[in-house]
Structures are given as structure tokens and as C-alpha cells.
Design a binder for this molecule. Structure first.
Ligand code: NAD
Length: 474
């Protein structure tokens, strides 16, 4: 560990990033609903001051060059690793996801992994013409100040997806976390700022007005936004003011298609986690499952077996791998969609009613069989632990259903690999996984189709998206 990266316990982190008593807004533990601290709520004027500081710091950060910035980003990753447990505990309490399983510790680990990859990925200038008469090269320069606006479901990991490439390319970054997960993101920034030069990375907590100001700010040249499609549309409108470049990672309603001939028991675990990672609160989770009639009953039964064996509860309890819904609005969306599906012919296989014995915002894993397209649980993004399972007989119909909505973030096809790849090629989605769903990798580009957004994150494409191309001709 570097001498600049001390370990701060959870109380010290909260002390540094929280608002004093009587100020800001109360933050409660997502599982117990007991207060854990107070989050600051910054004003638009404070945002403006932060952007001015980030703008002043940017030329110096850019002048360090790629090698020095990458070395610093690796030291930032060391600092995150050294503080991983207190960060994971705070994330678990504020967001609700358990420490264990593909949850809070996994998320903090992904932060350092993405930083290290951004640091290690080369982006050399390209010679585009060199014919003896003309010599032209394409370089990628820093844009300036990047604004990063994030959601509450994977707040640290998605924050780093925005921050790491932007810093690597010589930009400074102003981050606005979701109002639901402010403390965790500010704690991550606090740890990173033990290593980074002053004002290179600034967190500003605030709501809609602060977000809208980032999207229209004259000194912000690029906005990285991850959140709902509705907010994405507002950001596009706001950015008419500054013509900021945009990367929009928006909502999804990912379809999975299970082909005839699968071994239901063999795929059940992967199907389950594709749908229910982070208790279903994941952008690229499996949100509607189309299963061929010949294997339908086996797949439903195998998924129900996994659901019954997977413990849900308070995230600080090591045995749990599923947690509560993060907030009441999301809880009500899930509850209402399940109730509506049950009224419209859905057969509740597991779950189906709030798990109040676990706490106010717990909803059990709910499998709803025998539903059809047109039911709201199928057509709308549930973003929670309820999966509609639709029966099909003709794969062309299943593909038409998968493509029938205006979103296209991810999708998956389950079956014999070559057959599955042929189906995958016909699906309108940014990523189609074969025999898995939702896995991301720091070198594999990720982005949406249709109303799921535009622009790519990760890998070389991700670095280019936070840079401005410049041709040197001569
Ligand atoms: P949201 O759109 O409600 O909020 C996202 C962020 O935008 C928050 O920080 C919020 O404060 C801010 N915001 C709200 N109004 C704004 C405005 N007018 N201008 C600028 N900023 C504004 O989304 P959420 O509920 O936090 O996240 C859930 C949604 O995000 C789901 O639809 C999910 O699919 C999507 N999501 C997508 C990805 C992806 O990579 N495509 C990843 C995670 C989540």
C-alpha cells in the first residue's frame, strides 16, 4: 500500500463525507431503515464552483502525460483495495446489496480492476495516410471537464466506469451521484482523492437541478450519463445549450431466449443470476425470459429450485446473497407489476407478495409463468426481483418479441452455440450473450441500441469516447 493510501474505517469515511447534524438529508440503511448518516445536498452555485476548480486543474493533469496519469491511477486502485472492506460495508448498508455473492465486495473489487485496465490500455495515435505526399495522423486529446451522472443500483462500479477512462485521457471529472447512494460514492471519491492531485476529481451531491446544470454547463465538454431513458432524454435537451458530447447508458428490458434441447438444470444457476444479480436492480439483467414449449416446464421448475435455495436478507449477514429493493419507489413498481401480472393471467411460481418479515422493502424472488407480451411486467422494465417467463413455439416469434420493444441494451440466447449465434445475430441489442447474461469485462465495449442509449464504454472504444479526435496533417 502506498503511504498516500491509508485505511479509513467506515466511521471515518462517514465523518469525512457526511453532512453535519441538521444539514443535508438523512440516509437510512436500506435493509433496516435505520439512520446511518446524513448526505450533503449541494446547490447549483456549489456545482458551478466545483466546475471552475476542475477546469483550472485540467491543464496540469493533462500535462502529466499518459504514463504518469496511469501510474497514479494504479495507486488509486491500490487505495481502493486497501479500503475495500469499509467501502463495501457502507455500500451494503446504503444501497442494500449484501457484502457476499456478486454484490458489494464484488463491486468494490470491480472498481480497482476497471481503473487498472484503463491505466494499462494503450491508445496510440494512428497514421491514417502516409503516401509520400501526405502524412496524416489521428490523435486523441483530452476534452476538458467531464461531468459524470450516475444511478443508484451499482453506484461505485458505474461511477468508476465513467471516471477511470475520463481521468486516463487527461480530463478532470465532476461527479454527481444519485441522491439514493450519495454517501457510498462520496466515500469512494474521498479514498481516490487521498492519491489524486487536488481538484482532478470532485463529487457534488445534488438532485435533478444539479444534474441538469451539469448537462448544460458551458465549461463541461462531455457528459457521461447512466440512468433511466426518461432522464436521458432530458439530458439530451439540456445539452443543446453546451453541445456537450454525450455517452448515454439508459434503461433496458433484456430478453432471454431459451432454445429447444437445453439441459434446464445445467443452465438454471446462470439464468437465475442473469436475472437476479443485485436483486434484479441491474441495467443489463435478464428481464423477460422466452422459453420454448418443449423445455418450458423444466426451466420454470429448475429456476424455482434455485430461487428457493438462495438466501435473501440483511446484507451485512454473510449468508445472504440477495437484499432489499433500494428505495420505496422501486419497491412499489415491482409490487404493482407483479399484482397486475397476476390479474392478467400470470401464474405465480415463487414469491408474489412483499417479504415484510425480512423488512419494509424486501420483495422475494418472484417467477411469473404463463404471461404474454402486452402484460406490463413483460413490456416495462421492472428493475427488481420479478421475472416473467413466456412460452413460445416458433423461434421467429420469440425473436420478434425480443425486438418488439423500443429498448435494446442486452439480450441472451441459451442453447447449442452455433444455433444460438444465428439467433443472436437477429436481435437488436448492444450485447447478446450466449449461454450467460449480463457479464461485463473492462476490455469489451458495452453500450445500448435504440432507446437504451448511445456511445460505448470500456476498452479502447471507451477511452476514445472521453477524448476529442484531432488530425495532424503534415
Ligand atoms: P434516474 O434516471 O432516475 O437517475 C440517474 C441520475 O440522473 C441520478 O443521479 C439523478 O439524480 C440524475 N437526474 C435526474 N434528473 C436529471 C436531469 N433532469 N438532468 C440530469 N440528471 C438528472 O435513474 P436511476 O433510477 O438512478 O437508475 C435506474 C435506471 O438506470 C434504470 O432504467 C436502469 O436500467 C438504468 N441503468 C442503465 C445502465 C446502463 O449501463 N445502460 C446502468 C445502470 C442503470
Amino acid at each position: 500500500m502506498s503511504e498516500n493510501a491509508p485505511v479509513l474505517d467506515e466511521a471515518a469515511l462517514l465523518e469525512r463525507v457526511g453532512a453535519p447534524e441538521g444539514q443535508g438529508r438523512e440516509v437510512v440503511d436500506a435493509a433496516t431503515r435505520e439512520p446511518i448518516g446524513r448526505a450533503p445536498v449541494h446547490t447549483v452555485e456549489e456545482l458551478d464552483a466545483a466546475v471552475a476548480r476542475a477546469k483550472a486543474a485540467q491543464p496540469g493533469w493533462d500535462a502529466l502525460g499518459h504514463a504518469e496519469r496511469s501510474a497514479l491511477l494504479n495507486r488509486v486502485a491500490d487505495a481502493i483495495d486497501a479500503n475495500a472492506e469499509p467501502l463495501a460495508r457502507l455500500l451494503s448498508r446504503e444501497q442494500g446489496k449484501p457484502l457476499n455473492g456478486p454484490n458489494a465486495r464484488f463491486e468494490v473489487g470491480a472498481c480497482s480492476a476497471w481503473l487498472r485496465t484503463a491505466a494499462a490500455t494503450p491508445l496510440e495515435p494512428e497514421t491514417v495516410v502516409d503516401d509520400g505526399e501526405t502524412h496524416a495522423e489521428l490523435h486523441y486529446r483530452a476534452i476538458g471537464v467531464v461531468g459524470a451522472i450516475g444511478p443508484w443500483n451499482w453506484p461505485l462500479m458505474i461511477g468508476i466506469w465513467q471516471i477511470a477512462p475520463a481521468l486516463r485521457m487527461g480530463n478532470t471529472v465532476v461527479v454527481k451521484p444519485s441522491g439514493y447512494t450519495t454517501l457510498s460514492v462520496l466515500a469512494l471519491i474521498e479514498v481516490m482523492n487521498r492519491v489524486l492531485p487536488r481538484d482532478v476529481l470532485i463529487g457534488v451531491a445534488g438532485d435533478r437541478e444539479v444534474g441538469a446544470r451539469i448537462a448544460s454547463h458551458p465549461d463541461i465538454g462531455k457528459v457521461m450519463f447512466t440512468g433511466s431513458t426518461a432522464t436521458g432524454r432530458s439530458i439530451v435537451e439540456s445539452s443543446a445549450q453546451n453541445l456537450a458530447r454525450l455517452t448515454l447508458e439508459l434503461g433496458g428490458n433484456d430478453a432471454g431466449i431459451v432454445l429447444p434441447g437445453v439441459d434446464a438444470t445445467a443452465i438454471a444457476q446462470d439464468l437465475f443470476w442473469g436475472a437476479f444479480i443485485n436483486t434484479g436492480q441491474t441495467c443489463a439483467a435478464l428481464k423477460r425470459l422466452y422459453v420454448h414449449d418443449s423445455v418450458y416446464d423444466e426451466v420454470v421448475d429448475a429456476l424455482a429450485d434455485v430461487a428457493r435455495q438462495t438466501p435473501m436478507g440483511n446484507g451485512l449477514d454473510e449468508q445472504n446473497v440477495l437484499g432489499p429493493l433500494q428505495n420505496r419507489a422501486q419497491f412499489e413498481i415491482v409490487r404493482d407489476l407483479v399484482d397486475d401480472a397476476a390479474r392478467n393471467g400470470g401464474r405465480i411460481v415463487t414469491g408474489g407478495a412483499p417479504a415484510t418479515e425480512l423488512g419494509a422493502l424486501f420483495y422475494p424472488i418472484t417467477l411469473v409463468a404463463d404471461v404474454t407480451d402486452g402484460v406490463a411486467l413483460v413490456d416495462e422494465e421492472q428493475f427488481g426481483p420479478a421475472l416473467p417467463i413466456i412460452r413460445y413455439t416458433d423461434v421467429d416469434e420469440a425473436i420478434a418479441s425480443a425486438n418488439g420493444l423500443d429498448v435494446g441494451l442486452g439480450a441472451s440466447v441459451w442453447g447449442e452455440r452455433e444455433e444460438a449465434r444465428k439467433v443472436a445475430a437477429r436481435i437488436q441489442a448492444g450485447t447478446v450473450w450466449i449461454n450467460s447474461h449480463g457479464g461485463v469485462h473492462p476490455m469489451i465495449p458495452f453500450g445500448g441500441h435504440k432507446s437504451s442509449g448511445y456511445g460505448l464504454e470500456f476498452g479502447v472504444e471507451g477511452l476514445k469516447s472521453v477524448a476529442v479526435p484531432q488530425v495532424i496533417n503534415g
